[in-house]
Write a protein that binds this ligand. Sequence first.
Ligand SMILES: [Zn+2]
Length: 445
Amino acid sequence: MVILCLLFVIRNSFAQTIINRDSEIEQMVKEVSSDSLKSYILKIVSFGTRNTLSTTTDKKRGIGSAREWVVQKFNEFAKNSSGRMTAYVDTITLQPDGRRVDVAISLGNAMATLKGTDPNDDRIYIISGHLDSRVTDVMNRTADAPGANDDGSGVAAVIECARIMSRHSFPATIIFVAVSGEEQSLLGSGYLADKAKKQNWNIDAMLNNDIMGSNNSNETNIIDNTRLRVFSEAYSTTDTGRIAQNIRNLGLENDGKARQLARYVKEIGERYVDNLQVVMIYRNDRFLRGGDHTPFVQKGYAAIRFTEMNENFNHQHQDLRTEKGIVYGDLPEFMDFEYLRKNTGINLACLANLAKAPSMPQDVKVDVRNLSNSTTLTWKDSKNGKAKGYYILMRETTSPIWQNKRYTSQTSITLPYSKDNYFFAVQSVNDNGNESLPVVPGVGR
Ligand SMILES: [Zn+2]
């Protein structure tokens, strides 16, 4: 009976939390166009192969001409950005590594940076896809490797977000990147994550999009364009020593940075995009497979992966061929551009909401001085941006998502719920209703 009452209270208060869409974000999400996405994919497929080892000197074929084209698109969009967007190919020379690089190559990430309008705000948000493609043999650099879905879909999402967001301004900085070398062992994203760490970039969130524009698997015959998977690690492997002890003591094994970001994406994505459910998968990536968010996760950043609900392995990492009436290969004809439009919209909504929001509240603590069945939380104002107030989040310990969200304009709150039985977190929110990532309280004595 007691449990039933508590559940009623939670559901009841959750239902009372009505959060309106920010009209600017709503408008931007509406501008995401399946035709634009399709046109980008047809263009990058036209470069024949984008294998990381392919030519960088041919004007029409290979990874070199493909990355130049992406930067050219970024530069077109930059014209509408009042000088805030800059684009370039960030290149490094790699020597043979005895594994998936057998000659010296020039590896290049196509980057666009939309600088934040607040000079004191050093937050960075990154959206990525990988430009390189492959066939059955990852070392084959000459055969046609269209890579329409893997990962033309992710690159198209990055380009479309850059097109729309370049016309708007955000206090924090957004980086749009089509990395290279993913299939050759995450080389481009590894290079970028290293650079970010060495230069102390304050990356609040990294959204990696890889294989997110096709709606069916050949094996199951399930067609699904209403669900998108988001992969996230429970907590970071960089959390060691006292941090790891704290995770154990407070039962925070499901509240790491990436998991918290995945929860945020579910809430904000579903707030702005209709007929699309974000499905949280509780692992860093698919079984024994990797992606470009992983080097960022390993450096301690909040990074997650978006992937379609049902991968089709006839159209992934395959030589183009027909066998027994089955067409193999990653071709545009197998894509669902309407599904890709929705998945891109989720990325855009989350990036925009994060980059418009004040930074996270600071020094969030749960008071443990006295044993009590109520919970007192305290915090300090955001470092950047103007917080109008704060959302207090609450969930049962077994719930994957926040169940209760209430607003306060104060910097402390006492709730008649026990910290033994619920998880809590605090978000900053501004006048437009853009909320920061949540902060789980530390111990306050
Ligand atoms: Zn991929």
